[in-house]
Design a protein around this ligand. Structure first.
Ligand code: RIB
Ligand code: CA
Length: 312
């Protein structure tokens, strides 16, 4: 069986970094490129961080592209309070040596979807959806060529983490998220409802540190830093590894359970801006447009993650 072709769109972010490592450690996936977007920290940092993670995985061959540095129509909101000034706070960070690709991320997404056979490329957004929405606006012909979008974003029963009603990735660029959920592309959503059940614990973090490898050490130190926000806010035992849920789904979909529902994005009211309104109980006649995940086998998720990171 040939490897599944994916593009990872990302705003590293410690959890993005773990997701990228998981993808690069998994031969079932063919990472055609990594496209950076402004989100957790500004674009120059998310771009630099994507390079750092590729080098950490020993994958200087991976193509990394810089994308959009601001949302479609809003002022960028970042999350240094969660991820630190660098976006990858925790361990000392190396200066990346591998070159960034010249092309803009949006051009790369468009050209790749036009080149590859229709229906063979999966988009994996781990941050605000600005790059994806811009590509769809600029080249509407590529929309039907996308195999699937598996994204981390949104929340329903878990409500918001950046406002009382909105999850960060959607809140940063709600107009972009609106374009994506209305695109007609098959979508799998990993909302906070499920990522908040993929929590680190001390034994899970020590399993990374005990690998005795540089990737294992970095993942443990990123998690040590990243988890303080959620532990303080939610009183949880550890940090939700949001973005790796996207990659884990591609590798072992049965780890997750969800429901095909209609999901819409609030783009009108400032009070609920960026809220993902999931018709979970199907009380409207709005057609389902996404598989909205709610459950994860957390032990299975961390077993997969640990097995793969240990291979790097
Ligand atoms: O709300 C969590 C999401 O926002 C994750 O993707 C995290 O990396 C940040 O981008
Ligand atoms: Ca992210």
């Amino acid at each position: 069986m040939s490897a599944r072709k994916i593009i990872i769109d990302t705003d590293p972010g410690q959890d993005d970094a773990v997701a990228i490592l998981l993808a690069l450690a998994s031969p079932e996936l063919d990472v055609l490129g990594i496209t950076a977007v402004a989100g957790n920290v500004p674009l120059p940092l998310t771009t630099k961080n994507a390079l750092i993670v590729c080098e950490l995985a020993g994958r200087e061959d991976v193509k990394v592209f810089a994308g959009c540095d601001a949302p479609l129509s809003r002022v960028l909101v970042t999350a240094e309070h969660v991820h630190g000034k660098t976006g990858l706070d925790g361990p000392q960070l190396p200066t990346p040596k591998m070159a960034l690709q010249e092309a803009h991320a949006v051009d790369f997404i468009i050209e790749t979807l036009r080149r590859e056979p229709s229906g063979t490329v999966t988009l994996c957004p781990l941050g605000p959806l600005t790059n994806i929405a811009t590509a769809f606006q600029r080249a509407p012909d590529i929309v039907e060529r996308v195999q699937e979008i598996v994204l981390m974003g949104g929340a329903y029963f878990q409500v918001g983490n950046i406002t009382p009603t909105a999850e960060f990735n959607i809140y940063v660029d709600p107009e972009a998220a609106d374009i994506v959920v209305k695109s007609g592309v098959p979508i799998v959503v990993m909302p906070l409802d499920v990522t908040h059940k993929a929590l680190t614990t001390r034994p899970r973090v020590e399993a990374f540190r005990d690998m005795g490898t540089e990737p294992g050490r970095m993942v443990a130190e990123w998690t040590d830093f990243f988890e303080r926000f959620d532990k303080e806010k939610y009183g949880s035992e550890g940090a939700p590894l949001h973005d790796p849920c996207v990659i884990a789904y591609l590798l072992e979909p049965d780890l997750f359970q969800g429901r095909e529902v209609n999901v819409m994005v609030e783009t009108g009211s400032e009070l609920t801006m960026g809220m993902t309104v999931a018709d979970w109980w199907r009380v409207t006649d709005r057609a389902p447009n996404a598989m909205f995940m709610g459950e994860v086998d957390a032990d299975g998720f961390f077993a997969l993650l640990t097995d793969r990171i240990a291979r790097l």
